[in-house]
Design a protein around this ligand. Structure first.
Ligand code: OXD
Ligand code: MN
Length: 614
């Protein structure tokens, strides 16, 4: 049995509630040792992980890890938000009573960390001193060292975050027990895994995975699910799966901040890390705040809608990251950054890593190369020849400090004022390049009807379209109707309303299928137009589904776009939209207590479409 008291004393962990919590779960899980972690322990833990073979060197100051081959993604069916009140049941949160789930999880965890170290990881999911910091403190207990190393990169980690809490009992209890990965029946009817957030007890119990959002509990379980629940219960804030960027106009000296939600695999990380196109670079600078989560609230003194990224790092999808799609990400994982790559292809002889889309072709000399499962590429059979080298959900994990265009004030307590909130999926037709929405209810309605193709970040069928409200479908913590009302209330309280917009970089030519918009850095152009519209500098072209730029308004300096392509992405297809309105109605009908304001927005758009002559 671990000497818990001695370990906590040695680490200077004084918070009595945290101490009780650690003691309780150390006993329950049967851990042999307890170790309290601070960010300063990183080098030692890395050395230990290398020694133990949990990490391998990937060049100077970079590391490689491989997960169990059936443990490579979030599992939405096994994820549950439990509470003590059935009214919290929504369509997507897989609600169960806390009284059922807590004993069930504790049963699975009982004795499951025998012989292992239980790492105590105190963390903060906000810049220190932020107005939402009271909801941001947590303590993850995990029995896996690589999870600790990821947490140190993805969250602010150290005992100071919990010793100094004003309310010493106000922290999220986040317990992660890996379990016997080879015997959990992943994806079968006997699946043993459970990923549970007990919203009204501020307790997270995850069993049966050591991968990504299943295991780094600060990120998705706290940063999104628990954060969303707390934001609603306190009536104070929103926790959204949003990227957050700054745009500085060197000519006027103005700074703008844009955040927004994109379902996985819709280019959110690329957009968040975007640089200004060369032709506009003299005038605009884009800075990075975050690529995955933003918490939003209204500053009571100024009345402005504010945002901050609660995370401290980037857990980015490696696939298709290259010099064209995201040069910033590549620099963020340069030698010396202490990046951890997971489930990419790895060459232990040369310590190189590779993933699909890193270069157009895989390395020609396959000597030494292993695929993500650790199997030599050189020994592949004819049938395996075309299998990917890297897992499609393989990742790189690096801290915000490594991102070359990180905003200077990313760590500032105040957060930043939000000028625009954008939504965008991957849509091959119907959705124009950008349509702006001034009205709050129409903006929220638009977010609720966001659609996306399935992604490898979640287990599912690739290419299949499904609705993903606000890109929050896997993170909904309570009923969708209540969520919509809370969104209206929080943003509605801001004195200066943000402008909403829907963007789509992925429209294709119906005949030959080519992308109509070049995307990547060029995506700054529609955002600049949006900010000009908000400032009243342009008028745009009114349509029932929002205001679109005119061809003259969109700054296309240095960009050569075929006239037909431009015309298509700046217009709407009335019939496809009318069909879509029917799908939306069915989708919205599925939710209880959807606010009347959202239904009114839906009816207004539908009626205007029927009248629209184009
Ligand atoms: C993530 C996810 O890791 O959405 O950000 O799964
Ligand atoms: Mn995400």
């Amino acid at each position: 049995m671990a000497d818990v008291e001695a370990a906590l004393d040695a680490a200077g962990l004084t918070n009595p509630h945290v101490r009780d919590y650690v003691k309780y779960y150390a006993e329950l899980t049967g851990a042999e040792r307890v170790e309290v972690v601070t960010a300063a322990d990183d080098d030692r833990l890395i050395a230990e992980a290398l020694e133990a073979g949990e990490l391998e060197p990937a060049g100077e100051g970079r590391y490689y890890s491989r997960s169990y081959h059936k443990d490579t993604a979030r599992s939405e069916e096994r994820t549950i938000v439990a509470t003590n009140d059935e009214k919290d049941k929504g369509v997507y949160n897989n609600w169960r009573p806390a009284s059922e789930m807590k004993p069930l999880l504790e049963d699975r965890m009982r004795g499951a960390s025998k012989g292992k170290t239980m790492y105590v990881v105190p963390y903060l999911m906000s810049p220190p001193g932020n107005e939402l910091a009271p909801w941001a403190a947590g303590v993850e207990l995990t029995d896996t060292r690589t999870v600790v190393l990821h947490m140190i990169r993805m969250a602010r980690v150290g005992v100071e975050h919990i010793n100094e809490l004003e309310d010493q009992n106000s922290f999220v209890r986040a317990v992660h027990v890996t379990g016997d990965l080879e015997n959990l029946g992943q994806g079968t009817p006997e699946d043993q895994r459970y990923f549970v957030t007990i919203g009204d007890e501020r307790t997270i119990l995850h069993f049966g995975s050591s991968y990504g959002g299943n295991a780094l509990l600060g990120k998705i379980a706290h940063g999104l699910r628990q954060g969303a629940y707390d934001g609603w219960a306190s009536k104070k804030f929103l926790a959204e799966q949003y990227m957050l960027i700054g745009i500085h106009d060197k000519e006027t000296g103005k700074d703008y901040h844009v955040c927004g939600g994109f379902p996985s695999a819709s280019g959110k990380t690329n957009l968040a890390m975007m640089l200004a196109p060369d032709a506009l670079g003299d005038r605009y600078h884009v800075s990075f705040y975050g690529d995955d989560i933003a918490w939003l609230w209204v500053d009571e003194k100024t009345g402005r809608l504010m945002g901050m990224n609660p995370e401290y790092g980037v857990f980015g999808v490696a696939k298709d990251t290259n010099e064209t799609t995201n040069p910033t990400a590549l620099k963020s994982v340069d030698p010396g950054t202490k990046t951890i790559f997971t489930n990419v292809a790895y060459n232990p002889k040369t310590q190189e890593v590779w993933w699909e889309g890193r270069t157009p072709e895989p390395p020609a000399d396959v000597d030494g190369w292993l695929d993500w499962k650790g199997n030599p590429i050189a020994e592949r059979s004819e049938a395996e020849k075309n299998d990917p080298w890297a897992h499609p959900n393989s990742r790189f994990t690096t801290t915000l400090d490594n991102v070359p265009n990180i905003a200077q004030d990313y760590d500032a307590a105040a957060g930043v004022p939000i000028d625009a909130i954008i939504f965008g999926g991957r849509t091959r037709d119907r959705e124009p390049l950008v349509r702006a929405i001034h009205d709050l209810a129409e903006g929220v309605y638009d977010g609720l009807t966001l659609g996306a193709e399935a992604t490898f970040a979640a287990e599912g069928v690739e290419g299949q379209l499904r609705y993903d409200p606000m890109s929050n479908r896997p993170f909904m913590a309570y009923g969708e109707g209540d969520y919509a009302q809370h969104y209206l209330d929080v943003v509605g309280a801001a004195k200066e309303q943000p402008i909403f917009a829907h963007v789509n970089w992925f429209q294709r030519d119906p005949e030959d299928g080519h992308f109509l918009w070049p995307g990547y850095r060029e995506n700054l152009r529609p955002l600049l137009w949006l900010l000009q519209l908000k400032n009243g500098e342009v008028k745009g072209n009114r349509t029932p589904v929002g205001i679109l730029p005119t061809e003259e308004e969109l700054n296309l300096d240095g960009l050569d776009l075929p006239a037909e392509d431009l015309q298509r992405i700046l217009s709407i297809d009335k019939e496809r939209w009318q069909q879509e309105m029917g799908f939306r109605e069915e989708h919205l009908k599925g939710f209880e207590r959807m606010p009347e304001a959202i239904w009114e927005a839906h009816r207004r758009v539908a009626a205007e479409l029927d009248q629209y002559e184009g």
